[in-house]
Design a protein around this ligand. Structure first.
Ligand code: ADP
Length: 477
């Protein structure tokens, strides 16, 4: 297992010798120690990225695309090893980890091709002797900060378009899951991506965030994480007027109308809510079900939940793994207890599941019926396997409830009425809307939020805009 950082194509330990431990969330056993780099070392990664930039940006898009695809091929070759590593450091069931590697490589493959289609423009000028050209050029050294819930895909979804556009990168993975990132760093070198183009640094988040936002060689910061940390970084980035992409928290509503296909709604609710144990920024966080189908939906949903198998991610047949750390379990527990104390019914689950010999991080899939406005789960991201449900009676009421949040990342609704489908899709104030669909993410579509869920898009041709400058050349013949 690789535990070194990568700077300028070299494996790097901490100059100070300091390290932090990475633990398996299922057992709390230490699985590796990873460098706590010094400030000087983080700066040296930026030096490497800025020195590598001129040659990288001068390559043709096809040449860069080949190298990006080579990285993707190596990740596919090593998919089983990478998936196991991910399950060990992150906890998700192995089948989901395998799925994430495939999902992660899709961003590389897509970007490798799309890099060839970064078109400029000519615009008719206002005098006959003038020409107006619009050039699209890479922004330059790109800093990337990623979370622990998708340790590989959150990296490749930024790395793919950044590299394809001709930017070089310095990546800081989350402290809970650095091993997947370090593995990607090694594979980038094996793929033949030149030294300095992909640098991976680990260490104290605040210090690294400070370096990224104050070093004026960094031209772009792409962040995925909490709204709270997004705000901190945005404030810090203001001095350098650093270009930002912010993929922040969510609080997704999931609306089931009276004319919904209930089988599909229940199956989709299960997929959305329990993927990664509910630790995804787009997972359904609150359910609104029409009065006339509420009881049936609750009965079917809670039956399906009670059939889920909770356990360690490497065991066959496990659907839900441990939560990432103790604070995560405490938050989930607090949300459930708070809902119960405000009069909700805990229809299924409601407490930790203690598995012999394992860490106390497993939580039973939980259905909270009777969610009301004063409950924490109605306002805050739960980030766990908890599904709170409330009733509604009209379409307008459902839309108003769904939009009543500062977040605007993903929203889902289920209906068989085509007119309603368009009306509701247009009315929801969310960057991603799933209409009869709860697994919207895919490499070719724009993923990102509105309001306090941030700005910028990842995936598809829209992702390229995040890493390109638009230059206007006014030319007198
Ligand atoms: P989560 O709630 O998903 O852990 P965070 O926003 O805390 O979300 O973490 C997302 C990423 O942001 C991680 O890589 C983490 O190390 C990093 N991070 C946390 N605090 C800071 C900070 N002050 N400056 C820079 N990065 C930070």
């Amino acid at each position: 297992m690789l535990t070194d950082c990568f700077i300028n194509g070299e494996r790097i330990a901490s100059d100070s010798g300091a390290e932090f431990s990475v633990r398996d969330p299922a057992t709390d056993q230490e699985i590796a120690n990873v460098p706590l780099l010094t400030k000087h070392q983080v700066e040296s990664a930026i030096t490497a990225a800025s020195e590598a930039w001129p040659a990288w940006r001068s390559m043709t898009a096809a040449e860069r695309g080949e190298l990006i695809r080579a990285l993707s091929s190596l990740m596919k070759r090593d998919a089983e090893r990478l998936a196991l590593l991910m399950t060990r450091e992150q906890g998700k069931p192995l089948a989901e980890a395998r799925g994430e590697i495939a999902y992660a490589t899709a961003f590389l493959d897509w970007s490798a091709e799309e890099g060839k289609r970064i078109y400029g423009e000519t615009i008719p000028a206002s005098s006959p002797d003038k020409r107006i050209l619009v050039l699209r050029q890479p922004v330059g050294v790109t800093a990337i900060i990623t979370p622990w819930n998708f340790p590989s895909a959150m990296i490749t979804r930024k790395l793919g378009p950044a590299l394809a556009c001709g930017c070089t990168t310095v990546i800081k993975p989350a402290e809970d899951t650095p091993l997947s990132a370090l593995a990607i760093g090694a594979l980038a070198a094996e793929a033949g991506i030149p030294p300095g183009v992909v640098n991976i640094v680990t260490g104290e988040p605040e210090m690294i965030g400070d370096v990224f936002t104050t070093d004026d060689r960094v031209r772009k910061l792409s962040f995925t994480g909490s709204t709270e940390v997004g705000r901190i970084l945005m404030r810090k980035a203001s001095n350098n007027l650093l270009r930002l992409s912010m993929e922040l928290g969510g609080h997704a509503p999931f609306i089931v109308f009276e004319d919904a296909d209930l089988d599909r709604a229940v199956a989709s609710a299960m997929g959305s809510k329990f993927r990664n144990g509910g630790q995804t920024c787009i997972c359904a966080n609150r359910f609104y079900v029409h009065d006339s189908v509420h009881d049936e939906f609750v009965a079917r949903f809670s039956r399906a939940m009670s059939e889920l198998r909770v356990g360690i991610g490497t065991e066959a047949g496990v659907d839900v793994g441990p939560l990432i750390n103790d604070a995560a379990v405490e938050k989930v527990e607090q949300h459930v207890q708070d809902a119960a104390s405000h009069g909700a019914t805990i229809a299924t689950g409601g407490s930790r599941l203690r598995l012999n010999g394992h860490a106390d991080r497993f939580f039973a899939p939980t259905l909270i019926d009777g969610m009301t406005g004063e409950m924490l789960c109605r306002r805050e991201e739960t980030f766990g396997p908890v599904a709170p449900i409330a009733r509604f009676s009209t379409e307008d009421e459902a839309i108003a409830l769904a939009n009543d949040t500062e977040y605007g990342l993903a929203a889902y609704f289920f209906t068989r009425d085509a007119s309603r489908l368009m009306r509701v899709a247009e009315a929801l104030e969310y960057g991603i809307v799933g209409a009869n669909d709860a697994v919207p993410s895919t490499a070719q579509a724009p993923f990102g939020g509105m309001k306090h869920s941030g700005f910028g898009r990842e995936g598809g041709k829209y992702a390229m805009d995040e890493y390109l400058e638009t230059k206007f050349v006014s030319w007198v013949l």
